[in-house]
Design a protein around this ligand. Structure first.
Ligand code: AVJ
Length: 322
């Protein structure tokens, strides 16, 4: 593997403190919840990669179709010098953008940012090897905290793909879009992927696949808490649930206690009781309508320059200007 130089904003001790805070607030709440970013240790990032290849999980393929068709437009319209990718993971689809932008002749830097050091190290090494003229500067960071430290010459395109923006609650989403707008200068760009509202069956199957990979991904958060905080969760004592919330227009992932149980979490100084059937909300994945995306971008100070979807209108990609 090529040697990689990552800029790490997530020291182990700080990350553990953050997990302690999240576990304390989430698991002592009246309705228990955990933030989805804790899925993504090395194991969880690998499970997510497997999800993207599942027959039921259409978003990755639909977004790839859009990027394949429109990457050249992104290059021509933006003339980007730097591509920043938030929540980059494996950066697999990003290669479509890198090909178009390097082909166009303007791109010099690629700045992938992810909470998962393992996923980022792999992606950074592979991309550096395949794009030898590109300056690749991986940042281990949390896109809700480390946006101010983004390097890169202007103009920049910030790509936030995969529909990850759907994992925020609506108020967090508005604050996040504002914070992206604030780090950009006028005339820089946001490329945003949003999964779209569609048939409920198709949505629920995408989050509850027949091979059980999404269930393993969901339970992985309990293993992360066991490892980091010395907890004694039995992941098999929790059932994976994917539920379409029609009022909020999001898929909600939950872990439902199969039986009454008590869990010790020494690293957080907590004992947590679960009633039979009680659940932890582990993720929301909001689905969007075209007009809604445009309105939210506008409220954050972006102008929608282009709106693209795949041929089956499952997934939308917005190119927005600061
Ligand atoms: C990578 C966050 C966009 O919400 O669809 C996949 C994560 N969760 N299956 C999504 C996920 C369950 C995914 N994102």
């Amino acid at each position: 593997m090529t040697d990689v130089d990552l800029d790490n904003h997530r020291a182990h001790a700080d990350v553990t403190d953050e997990l302690v805070d999240d576990v304390r607030s989430g698991l002592t709440a009246e309705r228990k919840w955990l933030p989805p970013k804790w899925f993504y240790d090395a194991e969880g990032s690998a499970l997510f990669e497997r999800i993207t290849a599942l027959p039921e999980y259409y978003p990755t393929r639909s977004e790839r179709e859009v990027l394949a068709a429109r990457a050249a437009d992104v290059a021509r319209i933006t003339g980007a010098h730097t591509l920043v990718e938030l929540g980059s993971g494996s950066s697999e689809k990003t290669r479509l953008l890198l090909d178009a932008l390097t082909g166009h002749g303007t791109l010099e830097e690629f700045v992938p940012l992810d909470v998962s050091e393992s996923a980022l190290a792999e992606a950074t090494a592979a991309i550096s090897a395949d794009y030898p003229k590109l300056e690749v500067r991986g940042v281990v960071g949390d896109f809700t905290q480390h946006l101010d430290r983004l390097p890169g010459g202007q103009p920049r395109v910030v790509a936030f793909l995969g529909g990850t923006i759907g994992n925020f609650l609506p108020a967090e989403r508005a604050a996040f879009l504002r914070s992206v707008r604030e780090v950009l200068e006028e005339g820089e760009w946001l490329l945003l992927g949003t999964d779209l509202v569609k048939d409920v069956g198709m949505l629920e199957r995408a989050y509850d696949d027949s091979a059980g990979v999404t269930a393993a991904f969901n339970r992985n958060v309990l293993r992360v808490i066991n490892t980091r905080l010395g907890a004694d969760f039995d992941p098999d004592a929790f059932e994976h649930v994917a539920h379409w919330d029609a009022a909020n227009e999001w898929v909600e992932m939950r872990l439902r206690a199969r039986l009454r149980q008590t869990v010790e979490i020494p690293g957080a100084g907590l004992t947590v009781e679960f009633a039979e059937g009680e659940h932890i909300r582990t993720e929301v994945s909001a689905k969007f309508r075209p007009g809604g995306v445009e309105a939210e971008l506008g409220a954050a100070g972006f102008g929608l320059e282009r709106w693209w979807t795949d041929s089956q209108q499952r997934f939308g990609v917005s190119l927005a200007r600061s």
